[in-house]
Design a protein around this ligand. Structure first.
Ligand code: FES
Ligand code: FES
Length: 233
């Protein structure tokens, strides 16, 4: 399987290619595909549903599906309309709030998660397309008491500032280090190019990932492999 950094991912999302065969359909493309008749799905909310004529209500309700999402090793059932993104299904319905909604249009990387081991923007994946696939979020990487090596270096280098962009950067950097444990600076910059920080923390981010990719000193535990399945908080 081809491994992706978020920078590569961004290009692929904009090209609307589906290289792995699942999970990369944009909402815009999906709604265009549905055509005008199904466009109503894009504005379907509990409030608008209640105002529809009974016959229409039935048709709209029929669009709601119960799906199973495998998030951080747990099977979670959720009822969603086809328009709902993976990001909204996780945040709004399952309380998995590590991935953040910032731009909600595939530009900032704050919502980055792993889908079958590959980093994707959760705001650009429909929940129904993610059903049956392995989803991993930043909640699975470490805990406040047991940070991963990368997370510790983020702290040491003051690489994280706000709670909006940091989870996405940690996820994108984790994807890089899993794929390439000793990346060059150019590879780190490329892997993080799909994530945006408006505050200019990039030099510190680069330093944190660079140090995290080096052999740990004796005093540091080897917790750089964040593959454990932690209970979600
Ligand atoms: S919130 Fe998904 S890319 Fe910005
Ligand atoms: S620290 Fe979050 S946007 Fe810059």
């Amino acid at each position: 399987m081809r491994a992706y950094g978020s920078g590569q991912l961004l290009k692929d999302v904009h090209m609307k290619k589906n290289k792995s065969g699942h999970g990369t359909i944009s909402r815009r493309g999906f709604l265009q595909g549905l055509g005008a008749g199904a466009g109503a799905a894009g504005v379907l909310t509990p409030g608008t549903l209640a105002k529809l004529p009974p016959a229409t209500q039935g048709a709209a309700s029929a669009a709601v599906r119960e799906i199973e999402l495998r998030i951080n090793g747990r099977r979670r059932r959720v009822r969603v309309e086809p328009r709902v993104t993976l990001l909204d299904a996780m945040r709004e319905r399952l309380r998995v709030t590590g991935p953040k909604r910032v731009c909600d249009r595939g530009e900032c990387g704050a919502c980055t998660v792993f889908l079958d081991g590959r980093p994707v923007y959760a705001c650009m994946v429909l929940a129904v397309d993610a059903a049956g696939h392995a989803i991993e979020t930043v909640e699975n990487f470490g805990t406040p008491k047991r940070l991963t090596r990368l997370q510790r270096e983020f702290v040491e280098h003051d690489a994280q500032q706000c709670g909006f962009c940091t989870p996405g950067f940690v996820t994108a950097a984790t994807a890089l280090l899993r794929r390439r444990p000793r990346p060059s600076d150019a590879e780190i910059q490329s892997a993080l190019s799909g994530n945006l920080c408006r505050c200019g923390t990039y030099p510190k981010l680069l330093a944190a990932v660079r140090v995290a990719s080096r052999p740990a000193r004796r005093s540091q535990s080897a917790a750089s492999s964040p593959g454990k399945q932690h209970k979600q908080r």
